[in-house]
Design a binder for this molecule. Structure first.
Ligand code: ATP
Length: 470
């Protein structure tokens, strides 16, 4: 039985020599699908039907849609499988309707057939052999052609060709993500488990498929930790060794800024990013975000307070915060000096408007928080906060120390932002005022007066306008 040993050296351009599988060097990328610790597992020998679990855990329409997809596959003489996170979460009892389908055959053609049957919209991505089908109710299926990757030489680009489901599953990150469910009518619900994914789900284990998995794709380092923390699993011993060594070798540094940003965004979008970030710190992975970024009790507390502030905001029923991850990003960067925040954000490829909020918070929030601690006219606080996005306000809520500061932010979110003057530009025109910069001054003044409660009716507003232009 091959057993992984770590040779502990790394020669750039000679990835072959990185690991040993028994006594032989693992032929990097040439081996069809090497396994780190290949254990026999009953699921791979005796196909198991998940039909009853699917019926029990999926809604009736969704279950029927999967069945009908399998019937269509049978008619079109292709094999179709549900794969990845959907299957993993189904078995764990976690609701997840993000469905990825893999087709042994022509994925895009099947997607078009499916879309036709349901009057759905199909968006093909010819280059990748994938397509997204959007059903009339807004639900989407991602459909891919099963593929295999082979390499002519080390470090060469992979040659991608159509493959079997087995080959497709070989390309994946962790055993728990290699599970597939056959949808074709006669064997609907049959579990495909070539890598012991079911066993690892039961044992709560995150395990890579082969010794070079993290080298092949260092984003898996972040993914491993994310799944570990999200699901309350543990890293398999070999996987933990590989991850530690990958982190030590600095392979994460080879990720492009956009891939690193994507991974960080996924981490910050977890339900409890604090746990995932703490674990990244255990593996010394935070410094890939910025050399000065360190885990601390203070950061842990701030992330926790941010979580409470987000929960508070959600409880206000004002609509969901569009990007909670940005609030966690503000907390993460809060421990860095401003120049380091600038460097970090210059490298990461976060959406522009969020980058601007993050920069603003890093530079201005301390000063603003001092202002908010004061008791002042509501309009003064309104003016200080009125142009800030919700994410920034929620972060300020988490940072505010004084009751007064918290009250001011809360008033802004719950009340003042909803206030508007009764009169508008047309009314000012009807009152005989000449359009120009004066309009803005008047409308701002009316708004301030409403926030302060000094005008209540339209007549009050008209009187105030007349006083202003006298
Ligand atoms: P999530 O719940 O976070 O969306 P997911 O497993 O659905 O988890 P996706 O990022 O949507 O994650 O990926 C879908 C599937 O594609 C995964 O289950 C996995 O099989 C495969 N996959 C994704 N990223 C990688 C990767 N970097 N390397 C190998 N396989 C990957």
């Amino acid at each position: 039985m091959p057993h992984l040993t770590w040779t502990g050296f790394w020669v750039l351009g000679d990835k072959h020599s990185l690991f040993r599988d028994g006594t032989e060097a693992v032929p990097y990328r040439f081996k069809s699908c090497p396994t780190v610790t290949p254990l026999p597992h009953p699921a791979s020998r005796t196909p198991r039907s998940l039909r009853s679990i699917m019926r029990e855990r999926l809604s009736v329409p969704f279950f029927s849609l999967l069945q009908e997809t399998g019937e269509l596959a049978e008619r079109r003489r292709v094999s179709v499988y549900a794969v990845g996170g959907f299957v993993r979460d189904l078995l764990l009892g976690i609701p997840n309707v993000d469905l990825d389908l893999v087709v042994e055959g022509h994925g895009i053609r099947f997607a078009k057939d499916l879309a036709r049957q349901y009057k759905a919209r199909v968006t093909p991505h010819e280059r990748f052999g994938t397509a997204t089908v959007t059903f009339p109710d807004g639900h989407t299926f991602d459909i891919a052609t099963a593929r295999s990757e082979s390499y002519d030489a080390p470090a060469a680009l992979p040659r991608v060709r159509r493959g079997s489901i087995k080959e497709d599953l070989c390309r994946r990150d962790f055993t728990i993500n290699t599970l597939a469910i056959r949808l074709n009518a006669p064997r609907f619900g049959e579990l495909v488990d070539h890598h012991g994914g079911r066993r690892d789900l039961k044992d709560k284990t995150i395990r890579v498929l082969h010794g070079l998995s993290f080298v092949d794709d260092p984003t898996r380092v972040f993914r491993a930790i994310r799944f570990e923390q999200r699901l309350g699993f543990h890293l398999h011993r070999d996987t933990a060794v590989l991850l530690t060594e990958t982190a030590k070798m600095g392979l994460v540094r080879s990720l492009s800024p956009s891939r690193l940003s994507g991974e960080l965004l996924h981490v910050l979008s977890e339900r409890e990013p604090g746990k995932t970030l703490a674990r990244l710190a255990d593996f010394n992975l935070l410094h890939f975000i910025h050399a000065q970024l360190k885990w601390s009790a203070g950061l842990a507390r701030l992330l926790d307070t941010v979580k409470q502030a987000i929960t508070w905001h959600a409880g206000l029923s004002l609509g969901r915060l569009a990007s909670p991850w940005v609030v966690y990003a503000m907390a993460l960067l809060d421990v860095l000096p401003h120049p380091a925040v600038q460097e970090t954000l210059a490298r990461l490829t976060f959406p522009r408007r969020h980058t601007q909020s993050l920069l603003w918070v890093s530079q201005e929030s301390a000063r603003l928080l001092q202002t908010l601690d004061r008791t002042a006219k509501p309009s003064e606080m309104f003016r200080a906060l009125c142009n800030l996005p919700d994410e920034t306000l929620v972060f300020l809520m988490a940072k505010a120390r004084s009751t007064q500061g918290k009250q001011n932010i809360s008033d802004q979110i719950t009340t003042y932002r909803r206030v508007g003057s009764i009169l508008n530009g047309n009314d000012l025109k009807a009152m005989g005022l000449k359009p120009g910069p004066l309009y803005n001054r008047i409308l701002d003044r009316l708004l301030d007066a409403r926030v302060d409660g000094t005008v209540e009716t339209e007549a009050n507003e008209r009187r105030l306008v007349r006083r202003m232009v006298k």
